[in-house]
Design a protein around this ligand. Structure first.
Ligand SMILES: [Zn+2]
Length: 228
């Protein structure tokens, strides 16, 4: 029945399904703002030799009772980023408290200037890397181990050395905004990082870690998927 409110994933039955999150989460909503893509995709039969498509990353919004976090703002044009945010969430950039960046590759932080009032955060190594190269009007600050006491900042090195993802609980599910520690679902299924991996073995270890602590993975360049 459409609209049925019967709970199907709580407590013990959820644990039997392998759910790894907690019910008592401070997160009340999360969603994808832009679905990313790759500049070349081996699963589409494309060579990895050269760039074939304009690329954007996946942008995620994570909302609590009194905060909004945007992860990896993808669009350079601030008006376009604001329009996507409005279209998907009804929010404006000024509603965003934190813009979090998973790693220092430009396609994951190019949209930061569209959020001038938000605090810009990243793992310490990533923040230093962005601040040393990008010419933004303010600095990216190092994040602590959690955001709003509700979202875990988790080291997932390999794609870049300081790469970090965000893990949070939602209705008993554990959700992981992975940035480029997971490129797309196809790469995840094969258990490899895409051609840009700085350290492939470290990448594989990070993906195993993500698999062990999450049920839903949000890749850096694809839509989210379930993993039980
Ligand atoms: Zn990247």
């Amino acid at each position: 029945m459409i609209g049925c409110t019967k709970k199907v994933l709580p407590g013990k039955s959820g644990q039997m399904l392998g759910l790894k999150g907690h019910q008592n989460s401070k997160i009340i909503h999360w969603d994808i703002i832009t679905i990313g893509n790759l500049s070349r995709n081996r699963y589409w039969g494309e060579s990895e030799e050269k760039e074939l498509h304009p690329v954007i990353c996946t942008t995620t919004i994570i909302t609590g009772k009194d905060f909004h976090v945007i992860v990896d703002p993808s669009l350079k044009d601030g008006n376009a980023m604001a329009a996507e945010l409005k279209r998907r969430t009804g929010l404006t950039p000024d509603d965003i408290d934190v813009a979090f960046v998973t790693h220092e590759h430009g396609d994951h932080h190019i949209g930061l200037p569209g959020f001038p009032k938000a605090k810009w955060l990243a793992g310490a190594q990533v923040a230093a890397a962005i601040n040393s190269t990008a010419k933004y009007f303010k600095k990216v600050e190092p994040a602590g181990s959690t955001l709003f006491d509700a979202i875990d900042v988790v080291a997932t090195p390999g794609h870049t050395p300081g790469h970090t993802g965000l893990r949070f609980d939602y209705r008993g599910l554990s959700v992981f905004a992975a940035g480029d520690s997971v490129a797309t679902k196809d790469f995840w299924d094969e258990g490899i990082m895409y051609f840009k991996a700085l350290d492939m073995e470290e990448s594989k270890r990070s993906m195993k870690k993500i698999a062990s602590i999450s049920n839903i993975v949000i890749p850096g360049h694809d839509n989210y998927f379930f993993y039980l």
